[in-house]
Design a protein. Structure first.
Length: 63
């Protein structure tokens, strides 16, 4: 199983994912505003939300 490292342009989306043994694992993402660990939500849209300061970052890149 080879890793694809050629597409660096899409690295920002995959930055918080870790693929091991064919399974996708989420990495903890830190809030850029206050530094707290952000929560990942899938619905209604995929996004990261900080429960501390309310910062929300939407995950784009899906087509
Ligand atoms: Zn925050």
């Amino acid at each position: 199983m080879a890793k694809k490292e050629a597409s660096e342009a899409k690295a920002s989306v995959r930055l918080y994912y870790e693929i091991s043994d064919g399974k996708v694992k989420l990495k903890n993402k830190k809030c850029p505003r206050c530094g707290s660990v952000m929560a990942h939500h899938l619905k209604p849209v995929e996004r990261w939300a900080c429960g501390k300061c309310g910062y929300t970052e939407f995950v784009s890149g899906k087509k």
